[in-house]
Ligand binder design. Structure first.
Ligand code: SF4
Length: 322
């Protein structure tokens, strides 16, 4: 298990070196080595959890496609969907930890893939640290954002004290900037846990990820930790009223935008019945360098088809303005 985890880290590093001239020969050799060692693992698309968080130190040499957020509060981010958003990062800042390892993630490969953060708890901020950081930022800022958004370096709702943090953030917001809305960009992997679901639904705009209409595509695209189950996730989303679904569509070495994918995705959207669906494609370097954006005309066609089939507003978001 340890050797597979190290292989994952090396593969992540190799892909990030792909655009580097010096790195190309090394990338191929590392890929070949890793492919031979990992055998059939890619057919399932999941990666093992590390055996022991303390046995592997942070690897300074791993370059992230985008650097990880370095603190609790970040931004204001100019967001395609939320316009101006003050970000809250509840995840570690030295390694990417998430319950997914999405092929398109702009933070690169997930170094710690897990659906349980208990053994990493000391690396997460406390509820008081989050409250203090937000209060200080809002008291000193010259620009008021439209949203305060839980997002950051991984899945925010994996924090073991997420419920308390949501309450504290809402309280600070109501004290200082009551007109600002709250949001979360969630990968939906915790939505089946009743207290997490209820905390997410306290937020004004819960935006929940669904990139696939079937379990096979889900595993290829999101490459979840082994404790995350597609059926449980979609059932939980179907039980959440008033949510927004976010879907990243792409093509290339892995695709979720061809005909069988779209038909099953539309069926899931109809079943979940969200308030709105937000569709976009990759516009930043992805974790897997073989991922390509979907052409705008094809995206527009998918959006129109989904809207007609479900009667739910499906909105297309183009490349972000730099
Ligand atoms: S859920 Fe978000 S942070 Fe986690 S791997 Fe996917 S895109 Fe990256």
């Amino acid at each position: 298990m340890l050797s597979e985890y190290i292989t994952n880290k090396i593969l992540c590093q190799a892909k990030k070196l792909d655009s580097c001239v010096i790195g190309k020969v090394m990338t191929f050799q590392m890929w070949k080595w890793g492919t031979e060692r990992k055998g059939n693992r890619n057919k399932i698309g999941t990666l093992p959890e590390p055996p022991d968080s303390n046995s592997l130190s942070s690897d300074e040499s791993i370059m992230h496609v985008l650097p990880l957020q370095s603190g609790i509060i970040y931004g204001i981010v100019r967001s395609r969907r939320l316009k101006s958003s003050l970000g809250i990062n509840l995840s570690p800042t030295d390694q990417k930890l998430c319950s997914f390892n999405c092929v398109y993630c702009h933070y690169g490969c997930t170094e710690i893939l897990t659906d349980s953060v208990i053994r990493y708890e000391e690396r997460f901020p406390t509820p008081k640290q989050v409250e203090d950081a937000l209060r200080e930022r809002l008291q000193t800022t010259t620009e008021i954002p439209l949203y305060i958004t839980f997002s950051g370096n991984g899945e925010p709702s994996m924090h073991t004290e997420f419920v308390e943090i949501v309450d504290r953030v809402i309280q600070v917001k109501n004290d200082l900037v009551p007109e600002v809305k709250t949001a979360i960009l969630s990968n939906s992997s915790t939505a089946h846990i009743p207290e997490i679901r209820d905390a997410i639904l306290k937020l004004d705009t819960p935006i929940m990820k669904l990139d696939a209409g079937d379990v096979s595509t889900f595993r290829q695209v999101n490459r979840p930790a082994r404790g995350v189950h597609y059926d449980k996730l979609t059932e939980a989303l179907a039980g959440m009223a008033g949510i927004t679904i976010q879907t990243c569509l792409f093509t290339g070495s892995v695709s979720n935008s061809e005909e069988p994918h779209i038909a099953s995705w539309i069926a899931q959207i109809a079943r979940i019945d969200p308030r709105e669906v937000q569709v976009y494609t990759v516009d930043r370097p992805p974790a897997d360098s073989g991922i390509q954006p979907v052409p705008p005309e094809r995206l527009a066609g998918i959006v129109e088809r989904a809207t007609l089939a479900t009667g739910i507003p499906v909105r297309l978001f183009g490349p972000r303005q730099v």
